[in-house]
Design a protein around this ligand. Structure first.
Ligand code: NAD
Length: 291
């Protein structure tokens, strides 16, 4: 079994980005600038945004964190997005999801300029992704593709089963794995909560990408020997063994599934860190595409 080590891989990529940024600086090109908008005080969202800003600083990007309170109206947020769209110094913009219930996520996503949409959620970027045209890819699926590429995992002609069809992970993952790219060229089955006989399907899988948010859902009896496992799930489960009072669990029963796997991502330290570097790669791309 080979561990698909997202922590190490993302650290390597950060060094590569850092080197590219200093090269840009030497050439007198502007340093990439990422803006993040955070609405409200959700603990998990603050942690995620904090990690993104820290990663930006590490690689030498400029970052701007725009904090808005819970009572911000939809129009106020849309105006802030438009302001960033029009700010020529900012290359990439993310609006941390989820948003408070009174704000439409799709309206916000559609208002972000597709050229600055480094999260890859704008319908124009999703459409380009489906057509295999150059675009910003959504961060988590892009991070998974990068991890598979760097470990040279063979995906051609393999049966890839994706569990979960969310717009941010499962759906784009199914599109990317089916595209004529490397990695890619898999035969993909996209499964979800209405799928019948899931175990029959997963037992036929060469690659399983699990993104449903149910801790330890995928068990050893559901997979065949030699399977490649990518575990996207992150759930906080109560624990008396940690200071924080919780532990992070993936969607895969790691110990027993690892024994049957050829490659597997751990949680934490697998997909999570790759998500953040994808965002950095997209932001760097935003600057390079204008050179
Ligand atoms: P979501 O909650 O939006 O969607 C869950 C999906 O799972 C749905 O499409 C649903 O149909 C499917 N599902 C539910 N029960 C099922 C079942 N019994 N069988 C088959 N499919 C079933 O999920 P999401 O936003 O994609 O997140 C999934 C998990 O991934 C969560 O734990 C989330 O925290 C984590 N996540 C991690 C990262 C990262 O960077 N590592 C990024 C995004 C999400």
């Amino acid at each position: 079994m080979i561990l698909l080590d997202g922590k190490k891989t993302s650290a390597d990529i950060k060094e590569e980005i850092k080197a590219e940024v200093s090269l840009l600086k030497k050439k007198g090109v502007k340093v990439p600038h990422l803006a993040a908008i955070l609405v409200g005080n959700d603990g998990a969202s603050q942690t995620y945004v904090g990690a993104k800003v820290k990663a930006c600083e590490y690689v030498g990007f400029t970052s701007t964190l725009i904090r808005l309170d819970d009572n911000t109206t939809e129009e106020e947020l849309l105006n802030k997005v438009r302001e960033v769209n029009n700010n020529v110094d900012i290359d990439g913009l993310i609006v941390q999801l989820p948003l408070p219930k009174h704000i439409s996520e799709i309206k916000v996503t559609e208002t972000i300029s597709p050229d600055k949409d480094v999260d890859g959620f704008h319908p124009a970027n999703v459409g380009k992704m489906a057509l295999n045209l150059p675009s910003y890819l959504p961060a988590t699926p892009a991070g998974i593709m990068e991890l598979l590429a760097r470990y040279d995992v063979d995906t051609v002609g393999k049966h890839c089963v994706v569990i979960g069809r969310s717009h941010i992970v499962g759906s784009p993952m199914s599109i990317l794995m089916a595209r004529n790219t490397k990695p890619g060229n898999s035969t993909v089955t996209l499964t979800h909560s209405r799928t019948q006989n899931l175990k029959e399907i997963t037992l036929q899988a060469d690659i399983i990408i699990v993104a449903l948010g149910k801790p330890e859902f995928l068990t050893a009896d559901m997979v065949k020997d030699g399977v490649v496992i990518v575990d996207v799930g992150i759930t906080r489960v109560p624990s008396t063994e940690t200071k924080s009072g919780f532990r992070l669990k993936g969607d895969v029963k790691f110990d027993e599934v690892a024994e049957k796997s050829s490659f597997i991502t751990p949680v934490p330290g697998g997909v999570g860190p790759m998500t953040i570097v994808s965002l950095m790669m997209n932001t760097l791309q935003a600057v390079k595409s204008r050179l």
